[in-house]
Every structure is written in C-alpha cells, then in structure tokens.
Design a protein around this ligand. Structure first.
Ligand code: ADP
Length: 472
C-alpha cells in the first residue's frame, strides 16, 4: 500500500493533485487522541442534553418508553411506518416467550406527490384507507383476541415534540413533505381521526422514532442490546438510560426503571476534523450549520464530499485531462454506493473505477493515476466517517458505563446496527469497528458485540405497541 501511495504521489505531483490529496489526508486524519476527544465530547454533550432542553447540541429526546418488550407479549399487533416517500404497514402475531414471532406480514405503499403536498386530512385519510385495506386481508395465523381493538405502533420519522408514549406534536415536515396544517398538531390524534372517518376501529398505543423501534426490536431478541445506531442516508442513535439519570424529567415525579433516549446525534459537531469541502457543502445545504456529524458520517453526504475534492483537483490540475464533461460540477452526482463500488475494485487496471468515472463524471479516458487518486480520496473520506461513527458509539458506551458504575462494559453489551451504509460498505464497517477497538481497549471490547439488525424498526414498533398495550 505504501509503495502504491508513493507511486501515486510521484506521478500526481506533476499533475498538482498530490498537494490537495496530502492536505486532505492531513485534515481528515482521525488519530486516537482526536477520537478520544470526540468520544468524550459526545458523552459530555449527552449529559448536558439530559440535564435541560436546549442545553446541548444533542437533544436527548425522551421516548416515553418505560416498558420494553420482554418476550412475553402475545396477540396480534400492527405497525405503521411513515418516514419517507413510502410508508409501510405490518402485522405480527406474537406467541410469547417460546413461540415469539409466530408470523408477520407487511406491505409497502408509495405516497403520491399530490398527497405529500396536500392537506393533513388528505394525507392521513390516504394512510388510513391503505391501512384499512391491509387489515381486510388479515387471516391465516393472525387472530385478534376477543374483546380487543387492533393496536398500532406508529413509527413517525419527522421531528416531533413527544409528550407521552402515544402522542406527539409535529414540529415541521422534512424530507420533501409539504403537508399543510399538520405542524403544531398531535400526529396520533390526526391518525385516530382519519381512522374514525374510515370506520377503522384501531388505536395507536405507541408513537416511536425509527431508531427507538430498532432498539426495541433488537432488544426483544437479545436483552443485552443497549444501543441502536442507524447509518443509512442519515444517521441517529438511541440507547437505554436509567430514568433517574435524566434530570430534565424529574419534574414528572418518581420515575424508576429504564427508558430509551433518542440522542439525535446527527447534530453533534464538537472537535470534528472538517475541511473546506465540508464547510462549502454545509453552506450550500438546505440546513446550514445543522446536522454536522450527520454530514460527516452518513451515506447521503460521503459521495458529495468526494465530488467536491475531485472538482477542486480537476480545476487545479490536469488529473482528468481535458476530455471530460462538466458533470463533476453537479452536486450529488457522485453517490456513496459509487465510492463503495470503486473501493471493491481489486483489479490492476481499476476497470470498475474507470467505468464509474466515465458514466458518472463523464471522464472518457482516465489515466491509471487518476483512478488511483479517486480511490484514495474516497478512502480518506470514508475512513474519517467510519472512524468518527465508531468514536460516537464509544462515547455513548462510555457515558452509560460511567453512570452505571461498571454495569455496562463489565458484562456483555450489544449494539444493534441498521441502515444501508453500514450494511453495504465493508470498508466503512471495518473503519468503524477499528476505531471502537482503539478507544475501548481489549478488555472492554471483549464485552461489546455489534449486531446487524435488518429492518428491525417495523417489528420493533409493533412490539412497543404490545408492551404498551391498553389491555395490560
Ligand atoms: P434510509 O436511511 O434512506 O432510510 P437505508 O438504511 O436503506 O435507507 O440507507 C440507504 C443509504 O445507504 C443510501 O442513501 C446510501 O447512502 C447507503 N447505501 C446504499 N447502498 C449502498 C452501497 N452499496 N454502498 C454504500 N452505501 C450504500
């Protein structure tokens, strides 16, 4: 690798791209002391966010989940997942400790554009109508207990101010939704009203964030799961906290036991090694100054950062010759899956990299040097992202550990991971675990298990409806 790097350096110096690459490596470096600072700052910010609202970058949002699924739950439960241009309905028949998930079925429905830009009633009527259709196909292994209404766990991945396990006020729509009249309203009440209009006799028992659903779903299978992290288009993490360690909730009276805290860690920024490329991307984003951790480590942005580096190289050197279209100037043309595909190319002539350069950036004839440089730039940005994600997880574990006097890292502790970035990008995954190993050290690392849970949030929401059922 070193020889390859030297060869790249030698040949690019003439191309003037080498100084940009060297500078990038320097500025994106994540040596152990820097990772330590990030992990410590994450832990400190978590404490500040638990103390008072608005006191820290991390919002540390209480989930109002005081009952996690135990495995004893039985019966039929539904989940509804709204978080993007699709929504998902799901049902699950639970059979208790021994039989667990007897059966589950789900369906995905895409939301028409006019509904995303319509009124609150139109959106929730659309959802309730589709849900009603799904309920009508119930049969086989699915049986509602007599005397009960069907209960729903509602995963709602937009900013809400939650006030109880089954209510939450929409702060604002994001991700392309522009539905009028919902902000300031309780989304559970909106759904209930729409179900009533449809003649659908169901009730929402739990309103949950998708990360919280993932944690509940993973915890159902493995009680040692204490943390859930999503690394996909965006990123977030939540964990199990002792209720008496949450000063900002003490006014609610005596709360004992544990609850789930949604960290909203994407907003973190303390001590991150950022470059001019990150700053420019942030400034031109729809939310400048916000979600800096997310913009450094999550799937939506890694490709775009690399594009910005390449654009500068192309401008200041003849890295790509003169034979390329100006596709490189177009924001977000280069996506994280492209970086991933390029990094899997083990061939001598980097044929896959050549194809991506041609098809995505419009470089018709790329030199081997140029192909190597783009792989190096990708690796640099992905390494920084993966290692910082690892430092964030170590920070959460540290916080949990120091407030529980050895109860977390002294025993087996599992971290549930979900999301397309973690799932599909092997280099990202290994950089992340490498950073966790450096920070935790061999003794603590021996107790930490990182588990991949795929699409656990849907079943997790249904399980939370069961654990918070009105009938128990
Ligand atoms: P979302 O986060 O949008 O709900 P996912 O968890 O499936 O959905 O994550 C999708 C994201 O994962 C994509 O935006 C992309 O950044 C990343 N991703 C998907 N496939 C790959 C891949 N092959 N290599 C690297 N990253 C990928």
């Amino acid at each position: 690798a070193q020889r390859r790097r030297r060869a790249v350096q030698a040949r690019c110096s003439s191309a003037l791209a080498a100084p940009i690459l060297d500078d990038l490596r320097l500025r994106c470096a994540t040596p152990l002391p820097l990772l330590r600072h990030v992990a410590d700052a994450m832990a400190a910010d978590m404490r500040a966010g638990l103390a008072a609202d608005g006191a820290a970058e991390l919002k540390m949002i209480p989930s109002y989940v005081y009952s996690l699924p135990t495995g004893d739950e039985t019966g039929l439960f539904y989940a509804l997942d709204l978080g993007g241009t699709n929504f998902r309905v799901l049902r699950v028949q639970l059979g208790g400790k021994d039989r667990r998930v007897v059966d589950s079925e789900s369906e995905q429905v895409s939301i028409p554009k006019e509904i995303m830009h319509g009124t609150t009633e139109e959106l929730f009527d659309f959802i309730a109508a589709r849900l009603s259709r799904f309920v009508a196909t119930e049969g086989g292994n699915f049986r509602l207990q007599e005397g009960r209404k069907r209960e729903i766990g509602f995963t709602f991945s937009f900013p809400v101010k939650q006030t109880s396990i089954d209510s939450g006020i929409l702060i604002k729509w994001t991700k392309g939704f522009a539905v009028s009249g919902t902000a300031g309203k309780d989304v559970v009440a909106c759904l209930n009203a729409a179900m009533e209009r449809q003649g659908l006799d169901m009730r929402v028992s739990a309103l949950v964030n998708d990360t919280v659903g993932t944690l509940a779903g993973a915890h159902y299978w493995d009680e040692d799961v204490m943390v859930a992290v999503i690394l996909g288009t965006g990123t977030n993490a939540c964990y199990i906290e002792r209720s008496d360690s949450i000063p900002k909730l003490q006014h609610l009276g005596l709360v004992t036991g544990n609850t789930i805290i949604n960290t909203e860690w994407g907003a973190f920024s303390d001590g991150l090694p950022l470059t001019e490329f990150d700053r420019d991307m942030d400034a031109e984003s729809i939310n400048p100054g916000e979600q800096i951790f997310e913009k450094t480590i999550s799937g939506m942005y890694l490709g775009e950062i690399v594009r910005r580096v390449l654009a500068k190289m192309a401008q200041e050197s003849d890295l790509f010759g003169h034979s390329f279209a100006d596709k490189l100037a177009e924001p977000f043309v280069l996506r994280t899956p492209h970086l991933c595909a390029m990094q899997q190319d083990g061939s001598n002539d980097l044929g896959e990299v050549e194809l991506i350069l041609r098809d995505v950036i419009g470089v018709n004839r790329s030199s081997l040097v140029a192909r190597r440089v783009i792989v190096e730039v990708s690796d640099c940005i992905v390494k920084r992202g993966g290692r910082l994600a690892g430092a964030g997880i170590a920070g959460i574990l540290q916080k949990m550990e120091s407030d529980s006097s050895g109860l977390v890292l002294g025993r087996r502790t599992a971290v549930a991971m979900d999301g397309g970035l973690y799932e599909n990008y092997p280099q990202y995954r290994s950089y992340m675990t490498e950073a966790m190993a450096e920070l935790l050290g061999p003794r603590d690392l021996a107790h930490v298990v990182v588990e991949h849970t795929k699409d656990g949030s849907g079943i997790g929401a249904a399980l939370l409806a069961a654990a918070n059922s009105k009938y128990v």
